[in-house]
Write a protein that binds this ligand. Structure first.
Ligand code: BGC
Length: 500
């Protein structure tokens, strides 16, 4: 809901919490608030920390391109450029019923996708929210949970009114498994988890074949399912977006995590030259670009808040690019700035601030809400600070918070533009132009994110940047996964599995 200028209302956050909006302000109360001038001075400091000039962006793009090339040449590079064994574009005529299971950063989703050809499809789905414990528990438990959810879905969708199965004896439903974490693949239905990202820390899983682990859970629950493809959400998004609009050449996800995929000529993927794949083929590459500049931290402009986010994370040094951009971290970056100003005695003097002092309490959804507050008094921001953190704010402080959110959100979008520009530059797409299928909570829900990405592309490329357009992508993890399962079936039937 958008807060109205007058009266009260409520909003529901992605976490399911509800917040009341108050129209009352606290200007007159007798608390030692910072003056307007102090806040403006502080803002100037943060402006210079979080602003990316076009020149700096172009330097980042150059370094980014080098990392992409290196990842194609040699195995196990910082940006791993993972060959996905998804060969070429869909024809748009793929058809049939497919199951898709999507293990994302926040939810687990089970879908039944009916591909109807001609770029059309229908979908039924059920979502389950993952708990924080599940994200840190044992690997086998997580995959068993996936199988349990799949079982419930099949029982509900493939039985008649009397509870009898609609499947023929021995029939196996083809399933695409969207697993949105970096995995080395040597064939389409295999993937060794390189590392967890997005705050996951599930035990006994890194370094193991997650497709095999899930297959064991499928067997344990005796599910009538054959897992035919393990895919990344970006690869699914690339294929799904191309299925409906063939001008799509790149796919990006800006959500809890961030990443991109694109289609590469097999002859350019030097590190798999020895596999004997036809040189004329094309293969989708899952870049895993969230890892750009990890460990060495040579190219990205990290502030001290970014360094704290990194060093206090469960994976210090890793996912350096993602930590400046994705939805998991933006709220935390803003919270750290606020905490610094509390410590310096600038903000909330005389008020209890302990609620703001817990890491990750400040959700990225708050930044979106703050930026989209339509009221002069910034009532939404009053609501956020009083309701969730029990602190009172003045208008000058609220304006400062909103401007800060804008700086952090804008930097994320401009860095995202650098990643897109690197792929565009490397592939030579600038003159002919292309569409970039984009998905994820930041892209879809953060006000102005897409426009800022486009501004960033123009800052890097000049007017020609207009040739590159991001568009809201088709659901990659569901529809994309189904199309890939269908494409894989065609290759298997033609004897082209595992990889020639
Ligand atoms: C993961 C990627 C994924 C991206 C978006 C990143 O943290 O490493 O595999 O595509 O998040 O979900």
């Amino acid at each position: 809901m958008v807060a109205s200028r007058r009266g009260s209302g409520s909003i529901t956050l992605p976490t399911g919490q509800t917040m009341a909006i108050h129209t009352r302000t606290h200007e007159e109360e007798d608390l030692p608030h910072a003056t307007k001038k102090t806040m403006a001075d502080h803002l100037r400091k943060y402006e210079s920390l979080f602003t990316l000039t076009p020149q700096r962006m172009r330097m980042i793009v150059e370094a980014f391109k080098d990392s992409l090339e290196l990842g194609l040449q040699k195995p196990k590079q910082v940006v791993p450029m993972i060959p996905t064994f998804v060969f070429g574009w869909p024809t748009g005529q793929e058809s049939g019923d497919f199951l898709a299971l999507d293990l994302g950063g926040t939810n687990l989703r089970v879908c039944l996708v009916t591909l109807q050809g001609e770029g059309k499809f229908e979908m039924t789905q059920t979502k389950y929210r993952l708990t924080e414990e599940q994200k840190q528990d044992e690997g086998t438990k997580l995959f068993d949970f996936c199988a349990e959810c799949l079982k419930t879905f099949i029982d509900t969708n493939f039985t008649d009114e009397d509870g009898n199965s609609l499947l023929k004896p021995g029939e196996l439903l083809p399933l695409g498994f969207t697993f949105s974490y970096p995995c080395y693949q040597t064939r389409i239905d295999h993937g060794e988890l390189i590392r967890w990202t997005k705050g996951f820390g599930v035990k006994n899983t890194e370094g193991r074949d997650v497709a095999e682990m899930f297959r064991q859970s499928i067997e344990k629950y005796e599910l009538p399912v054959q897992m035919t493809a393990l895919i990344n959400d970006t690869t699914g998004t690339l294929i799904a977006s191309h299925y409906v609009n063939p001008k799509t050449k790149i796919a990006v996800i800006f959500g809890t995590g961030c990443n991109a995929a694109y289609m590469e000529d097999v002859k350019n993927i030097e590190k798999i030259n020895d596999l004997g794949i036809n040189e004329k083929d094309q293969m989708a590459i899952n870049c895993e670009w969230g890892a750009f500049d990890s460990f060495e931290h040579e190219h990205l402009p990290r502030t001290k808040y970014d360094i704290i986010v990194d060093e206090t994370s469960n994976k210090p040094g890793e996912q350096a690019f993602e930590k400046l951009i994705s939805g998991r971290y933006l709220g935390e970056i803003l919270r750290l700035v606020i905490c610094e100003l509390i410590d310096e005695g600038v903000l909330f003097l005389g008020q209890e601030t302990y609620k703001l002092e817990t890491p990750y309490v400040f959700e990225t959804a708050f930044l979106s809400l703050m930026e989209s507050d339509p009221t002069d008094e910034l009532l939404m921001i009053i609501g956020i600070f009083t309701h969730f953190f029990a602190v009172e704010t003045t208008l000058a402080e609220r304006q400062f918070f909103r401007a800060l959110a804008m700086l952090i959100g804008r930097r994320a979008a401009r860095l995202s533009a650098c990643g897109i520009a690197a792929i565009v530059g490397k592939m030579g797409y600038l003159d002919e132009g292309c569409l970039v299928g984009a998905d994820g909570s930041l892209y879809n829900k953060y006000p102005g994110f897409a426009d800022r990405v486009h501004e960033g592309l123009i800052d890097v490329f000049g007017e020609k940047g207009n040739n590159i357009k991001t568009v809201h992508a088709e659901d990659g993890s569901g529809v994309g996964s189904a199309i890939i399962a269908a494409m894989t079936k065609v290759r298997r039937d033609a004897g082209l599995y595992p990889n020639v």
